[in-house]
Design a protein around this ligand. Structure first.
Ligand SMILES: [Zn+2]
Length: 91
């Protein structure tokens, strides 16, 4: 399968920001909002496609996560703020 590894990095980053940053404690965590946050962030980040077998360990790519961390965090925070301000179903 072909897979955008950036999705995994962004997914981890979204959950760590929402769970660890008190500023975002009130952000909606429904599937729709999380998907919107991920889509928004991923549109602003370069995809990183890998080919992989199901269940394979991605340790060899973990350095990518460190390498792109600052950029990913910046885009995820922008996306969280955008979705919080533009979500159609909350408030
Ligand atoms: Zn929501």
């Amino acid at each position: 399968m072909v897979w955008n590894y950036m999705e995994e990095i962004v997914r981890n980053c979204v959950s760590s920001i929402l769970n660890n940053n008190p500023a975002y404690a009130g952000v909606c965590r429904c599937e729709q909002c999380i998907d919107d946050i991920m889509a928004k962030a991923l549109n602003n980040l370069k995809p990183y496609y890998i080919t992989t077998k199901k269940g394979e360990v991605y340790a060899e790519y973990s350095s990518l996560e460190t390498q792109h961390q600052a950029e990913v965090i910046r885009e995820v925070i922008n996306a969280v703020e955008f979705v919080t301000n533009n979500s159609s179903h909350q408030k």
